[in-house]
Design a protein. Structure first.
Lengths: 88, 252
């Protein structure tokens, strides 16, 4: 595990390349421990080989994002759900 | 609850360094002119992208320090000695140089000036930067939210925005500023020196209103300790928003 990390707030830019709403303010539930909270509160590791958002409570990967060769891969397996406030 | 906004494409913009302000021996504020800047909420950040001649590029996130002001944008950068980006931004980047950035980013750690609920801001080291944007916006917008900033730093040598904080504390009845020194205070300092603890937090923050919003930013250990103290003093977790950077990232 990397020694340096920031928090989910720092994923705001990369996720805006894919989503039209701010995902960091959305609430997600960890599929590992059930911790439920804003993705901004998670811990981010990376950027190589990809960005990984881990659960702040149990450390399970919630979201993995890799970018390269003009493509983006997004793995959301670790999240049971993401709850967004519906846009206007 | 406010509806979420559908956000447009986040484009890379090219800003130009208009001026710099030396804040401490290791921190510098970049005053940028960014044509096309769409405006921001205090607490939001930008991604800065540096690209080398061989095409290698790297991105970092930096909190916005300034209140919204047209195409003007201020970033305060703390130099990390082993950093890849901050030494360039604080020592090499010169007036009129271009800088690639995109933003504003982040809807979670952001304060809306129309919100009149009391605000408690607690920053450690360079974690004060986004909180300073909130204080500046509160003043610039003429908002009515009572606001208190508690700013923990090692010593007077690492204190950012010292003169401005002094003016703010003296000039605004419902805007309070308290500095906590963790290693050494100024020569005439009568207050305590040491990490913010439960008793000091209770003394400084007083009785919390039931609807107080707390924004806590700083190195990970600082943020987690402060969040625990706040919860221990009866603040609900949902009233606390945090932003943290890596274990070696600050000077709290």
């Amino acid at each position: 595990m990397s020694e340096t990390w920031t928090d989910g707030n720092s994923l705001g830019g990369p996720l805006r390349d894919v989503f039209s709403v701010d995902v960091t303010a959305a609430v997600g539930r960890c599929g590992g421990c059930g911790n439920t909270g804003p993705l901004a509160e998670g811990r981010v590791f990376g950027p190589s080989p990809g960005l990984i958002l881990r659960c702040p409570r149990c450390g399970q990967p919630l979201l993995r994002m890799a970018r390269g060769s003009g493509r983006t891969w997004l793995d959301l397996r670790g999240l049971e759900f993401i709850e967004f406030i519906s846009p206007e | 609850m406010a509806r979420a906004a559908v956000l447009g494409r986040l484009n890379w913009l090219v800003g130009q360094l208009a001026d710099v302000r030396e804040e401490t021996a290791t921190a510098r504020t970049l005053i940028l002119d960014v044509p096309g800047w769409p405006g921001h909420l205090p607490g939001q950040h930008v991604d800065v992208r540096l690209t080398a001649e061989d095409g290698y590029s790297t991105e970092r996130s930096y909190s916005i320090a300034s209140a919204p002001d047209g195409s003007r944008l201020e970033l305060t950068i703390q130099r990390l000695e082993d950093g890849e980006v901050s030494p360039y931004l604080t020592m090499v980047l010169s007036r009129r140089d271009p800088l690639e950035l995109r933003g504003p980013i982040g809807g979670y750690f952001a304060w809306r000036p129309a919100d009149s609920r009391p605000v408690l801001l607690i920053g450690g080291g360079s974690g004060v930067v986004p909180l300073m944007a909130m204080v500046r916006t509160r003043i610039a917008s003429g908002g009515t939210a009572p606001m208190r900033l508690i700013y923990s730093t090692r010593s007077p040598d690492t204190l950012l925005y010292a003169a401005e904080l002094e003016r703010i504390a003296a000039g605004h009845a419902d805007l309070d500023v308290d500095v906590v020194y963790t290693r050494a205070g100024p020569p005439d300092w009568a207050g305590r020196v040491g990490r913010l603890d439960a008793r000091q937090l209770r003394e400084l923050a007083g009785q919390h209103a039931a609807d107080t919003q707390c924004f806590v930013c700083g190195p990970t250990g600082f943020v987690e300790s402060v969040a625990r103290l706040l919860i221990g003093q009866g603040i609900e977790a949902q009233q606390i928003r945090t932003e943290r950077f890596g274990p070696s990232g600050g000077t709290a």
